[in-house]
Design a protein. Structure first.
Length: 436
């Protein structure tokens, strides 16, 4: 009897929902903290280059995903082109991104719910969210994707409503005021927050074994998702900062920083007692849930592939015989996510996830260039335009961003390197004993 396999059920529209859903929480919170580091000018310039990074990276990644449609994403690409050891490091970087991003979002979900139900602790809500959405992902990928699509549509619609209300009040002078509070260095300091606008789009590739007609569907899913996100990013940045300046969506009345830039911007237009203001806060929760749920899905596929190739315990590479989902991988990711959540280090967890993402981008672009030379005859239903300009551009920007991240988060970069080195040492030890 053949072993259970992942089931192909995802259409281009469902894939668009996943791609946008993975990322959309970045439009609601987090990015505004880059304004404190770089002002409107610094964050805008950083975001301009990050948009170039993600546009060139996404189309390059789509070529890899269409040519090698497997659930491991960058791990499968690097393993095939760069060898077993570098493939492991690429996969670990991907695991770090996908496993450590959800805990930060879970805490934000808990904080959002706590506004309406202050008697329930934030941590309790966050832990419950982990259990609920992990269970949904275990039940079935199509059910998970349909749910993701619905809440993503609601979140996108809510962002468009917000833009429609605030953009008529846009004033150019608000963008120009105190635009570079830390000079040109602020551009480098703002890079992680510009990345937060788009972090996670690559998770679409991890569902490659579950899409119908993967070559066509992956291209349509990637392309439509990145186009939607770029438009939303520009609209949200302009409509939020243009209402009353960047300080108004960064600092609360008591001087502390805020994770709610959109409600703060809207309050300057409608007041905090208006129906639309409360609607924004309520519906805004869908954006957090969309990204949280989507990244759990992507992390499960990444960990599953590690187990499937014996780079992790083999049980993680098993498929549930009834639901046809990587239930073991999803469960262990939930445990790791809860442990990270209990640490209370939300900002550090986000930054750690960004380190993993940038490493992933670097490995994947090197893999793509290498695969073109190593296997020129490989069937590629989609070829990235303007090769090698697109992958080289993405590679250069990713490397520069990683250097900037290291400079401005040096201690955390050492922890990231330690985590990667420790996991690699454990991998080599198992390999030496003949268990991988």
């Amino acid at each position: 009897m053949p072993a259970p396999a992942l089931k192909r059920t995802l259409s281009p529209f469902l894939l668009w929902g996943l791609g946008v859903g993975y990322v959309i929480s970045g439009m609601y919170f987090g990015w505004n903290l880059g304004l404190e580091r770089g002002g409107t000018g610094g964050l805008a310039i950083a975001t301009f280059f990050i948009i170039i990074l993600y546009t060139t990276f996404t189309f390059s990644y789509a070529e890899l995903a269409a040519a090698i449609p497997k659930a491991g994403g960058v791990f499968d690409y690097a393993h095939r082109t760069l060898g077993r050891d570098l493939g492991f490091l690429a996969g670990m970087a991907q695991n770090i991104e996908f496993i450590f991003a959800p805990p930060a979002i879970a805490f934000a979900i808990g904080a959002y719910f706590n506004l309406f139900f202050p008697q329930i602790p934030v941590l309790a809500i966050a832990l419950f969210a982990y259990i609920l959405f992990t269970a949904l992902n275990m039940y079935g990928v199509k059910a998970a994707a349909v749910f993701e699509l619905i809440i993503t549509l609601l979140a996108v619609g809510e962002l468009l409503v917000f833009t429609g209300i605030t953009l008529p009040h846009f004033e150019l002078k608000n963008l120009q005021h105190h635009a570079f509070p830390r000079g040109w260095q602020g551009i480098l300091a703002a890079i992680p927050f510009a990345i937060w606008f788009f972090l996670g789009i690559e998770g679409v590739a991890n569902t490659a074994e579950e899409v119908v007609h993967p070559q066509r569907t992956l291209l349509l899913g990637f392309g439509s998702a990145i186009a939607t996100l770029v438009i939303l990013c520009i609209l949200i940045f302009l409509s939020s900062t243009g209402v009353s300046g960047w300080e108004a969506i960064v600092y609360k009345a008591d001087g502390t920083t805020s994770d709610s830039p959109l409600p703060m911007a809207l309050a300057h237009v409608t007041g905090s007692n208006h129906l639309l203001y409360h609607l924004l806060i309520t519906v805004g929760l869908f954006g957090l849930i969309a990204s949280f749920h989507g990244l759990i899905l992507a992390a499960g596929r990444s960990t599953y592939e590690f187990g499937k190739i014996d780079f992790a315990p083999a049980r993680l590479g098993k498929i549930h015989p009834r639901f046809k989902t990587p239930s073991n991988a999803l469960f262990i990711n939930m445990i790791l996510g809860m442990m990270a959540l209990l640490s209370g280090k939300t900002a550090e967890i986000i930054t750690l996830s960004v380190f993993g993402a940038l490493t992933l981008y670097i490995f994947s672009m090197i893999s793509m260039i290498r695969l073109r030379k190593k296997e020129p005859g490989l069937h590629r239903p989609f070829r990235v335009p303007l090769y090698p300009l697109f992958p080289v551009t993405a590679l250069v920007i990713a490397v520069c961003s990683l250097i900037a991240m290291t400079v401005y988060n040096f201690n955390l970069s050492l922890f990231y390197i330690f985590l990667m080195a420790l996991s690699y040492g454990f991998f080599k030890l198992l390999k030496k004993r003949g268990t991988t």
